[in-house]
Design a protein around this ligand. Structure first.
Ligand code: KG4
Ligand code: ZN
Length: 345
């Protein structure tokens, strides 16, 4: 089964084509970063306008890369929630138009289910479906979620962020420190030179088992810099700018690792799958793998290009739904906030 996946929930105009839920035939992404950079964040109306301009070309490129005609496509999957409504609407209406014109079945997909399925892309051993059950840590610019994935379409959300999302914290700290947008990759790159334990930043909520809080950490960084500068001495200890970044990054990441491993233990699950833009963070990838494998867990980590928003992950998540004969109503509209589905059939 070949499925074309369309993703326009944020600032990536993305189309992927996936065979049997895992084999990626094409994955074309047009980033709008340059249009949002000067605002220091994504402007939904600008994103929508750019999706409208770019989506037909991105789709054509994906079809050409996969050397396919529309007659070769068995299904269309499209993100309909959550995300910016104006941006989602463009992908959704485009998908409906394509489905109608080419007589192809289509399905609306939850963006975070896409991030979960990114773990199984290019893994032919999962062509029959993901290896359930597992715990999934989903961390992006808009989300920080810990999910217990029980079976196809059956997800229990264990925890969420109480304020800022993990990626948002990286982006806000990056912007405050004058780093290029988005802050995540910029902090990750410079933190490589720093000592992650030089400055003890707070972990956020420790008591609420699986919830996260990042606004306190962001404020702690701001307060620290106001008082001590970007580099210098604190309590007689020298710190560099990379030390500051590495210390922020370790506080942001280590809490995720601890809570994810704790959730796996609590639920007796032997597998962890991570996803979302922040899952491309080098410390997160290293720490969760090292610590998880030490506890005998299997750790799935998608390559960085499948962690950030893409169309292939949406195609993969849509594949099992289309295979099961699921359909979305023509009246399906975009939704900015929506919990992960908890029941499949
Ligand atoms: O999943 P994504 O592409 O878009 C959504 O938000 O849905 O995630 C983007 C987020 C941004 O906040 C960006 O700063 C963050 O992912 N990010 C990273 C890294 N690469 C991207 N955060 C930390 N370290 C990274 N290497
Ligand atoms: Zn995302």
């Amino acid at each position: 089964m070949r499925v074309l996946g369309i993703e326009t929930s944020c600032d990536e105009t993305a189309v992927g084509i996936v065979e049997n839920g895992t084999h990626v035939l094409a994955n074309v992404i047009a980033s709008q970063q340059e249009f949002h950079e000067k605002y220091g964040g994504v402007v939904p109306e600008v994103a929508a306008r750019k999706h409208l301009e770019t989506l037909p070309f991105v789709t054509r490129e994906a079809m050409e890369k996969a050397s396919l005609q529309y007659g070769d496509i068995d299904g269309i999957a499209v993100t309909y929630a959550p995300g910016f409504e104006a941006a989602l609407l463009i992908g959704l209406q485009f998908a409906k138009g394509l489905a109608l014109a080419s007589n192809i079945p289509w399905i609306g997909v939850h963006h975070m289910e896409g991030h979960i399925y990114a773990n199984f892309l290019d893994h032919p051993e999962y062509a029959g479906g993901p290896a359930f059950p597992f715990i999934s840590l989903l961390v992006s610019g808009g989300h920080t979620m810990l999910v217990y994935a029980k079976s196809e379409g059956e997800y229990v959300t264990l925890g969420n962020t109480l304020d800022d999302a993990a990626g948002e914290a990286f982006d806000k700290v990056g912007r405050y420190l004058g780093l290029p947008f988005p802050g995540g990759p910029a902090i990750d790159a410079q933190a490589a030179e720093g000592d992650p334990h030089r400055i003890p930043f707070p972990w956020g909520v420790r008591d609420r088992q699986y919830d996260f809080s990042y606004s306190g950490l962001k404020t702690a960084v701001v307060n620290f810099v106001e008082k001590n500068g970007r580099e210098g001495h604190v309590n007689g200890t020298k710190f560099s700018f990379p030390d500051l970044l590495a210390s922020f990054q370790s506080a942001a990441v280590d809490v995720m690792v601890a809570k994810t491993l704790g959730a796996a233990k609590k639920h007796g699950v032997s597998r962890i799958a991570i996803g979302g833009g922040v899952a491309s963070n080098s410390r997160l990838r290293r720490e969760i793998k090292e610590k998880g494998e030490k506890e005998g867990l299997e750790i799935l980590i998608p390559p960085a290009h499948f962690c950030t928003d893409n169309g292939a992950m949406i195609a993969a998540a849509g594949t099992w739904r289309l295979k099961a004969g699921q359909k979305s109503p023509w009246g399906l509209s975009p939704t900015s906030r929506l919990p992960l589905p908890s029941e499949s059939r």
